[in-house]
Design a protein around this ligand. Structure first.
Ligand code: URA
Length: 213
């Protein structure tokens, strides 16, 4: 706490030993309102050309889209999206939450909207639903569901999270991903009013949607 920076109820706090009840505690730092949160859970609409890394190689870091206060809290990505993938990305400083959400046992469904290079036919959908063996893997990966939106756009649900999984799955059935957007995790949708690059807190009802069904 530095002099003049912290305000509670519009009053500047100068006492560094002031004790507050953390429950529902609200304050402003440099005129920016905050609510005390023991753990930070948020969603961000990942734009293309951002990397889910603190040390990006070719593009900007997704962490540059967050306020410094959250980066300083050591908020991390809950799984990664490729640099060219857009859409719903969760972030938190709760290591246990990251572990649970990423656990293969938990089988969290993730829905991707794929724009394919070639028209997607029923034979490709059947293969995706039956399971495809990806290069270097021993077990096939399956699509939990496939919904054709147009002849080149497919909504694909998977519960695994292997490296470049969706792109490799489409490649395995003889097609190619040209655009990839994650639109849903568990029962939590990417909100229509969250623009690319914007983030927001996950509230209790959002976290509820991420619990196993
Ligand atoms: N599958 C991919 O191929 N890329 C992603 O970013 C996410 C899932």
């Amino acid at each position: 706490m530095r002099n003049g920076w912290l305000e509670i109820g519009g009053v500047v706090v100068e006492d560094p030993f002031l004790e507050v009840d953390p429950e529902g505690f609200e304050f402003t730092v440099d005129d920016q309102p905050w609510r005390y949160r023991e753990k930070a859970y948020l969603m961000i609409h990942k734009p293309g050309d951002y990397e889910c890394s603190h040390k990006p190689k070719h593009h900007r870091s997704i962490f540059t889209l967050l306020p410094e206060e959250l980066v300083n809290r050591d908020v991390q990505c809950v799984g990664r999206l490729d640099e060219d993938t857009t859409g719903l990305l969760l972030m938190t400083d709760d290591g246990q939450f990251i572990h649970q959400m990423s656990s293969p046992k938990r089988k969290v469904p993730k829905v991707y909207e794929i724009t394919a290079k070639h028209p997607i036919d029923q034979a490709q959908i059947d293969q995706l639903l039956a399971g495809v063996l990806l290069h270097g893997e021993y077990e096939p990966v399956v699509a939990d569901s496939c919904e054709l939106v147009s002849d080149t756009v497919l909504r694909l649900t998977i519960t695994q999270g292997k490296y470049h999984q969706v792109k490799r799955m489409l490649g395995a059935v003889g097609n190619r991903v040209e655009g990839l957007k994650r639109v849903r995790i568990g029962a939590l949708d990417l909100p229509a009013d969250l623009a690319p690059g914007e983030w927001r807190w996950l509230e209790a009802e959002d976290l509820e949607k991420l619990k196993p069904a």
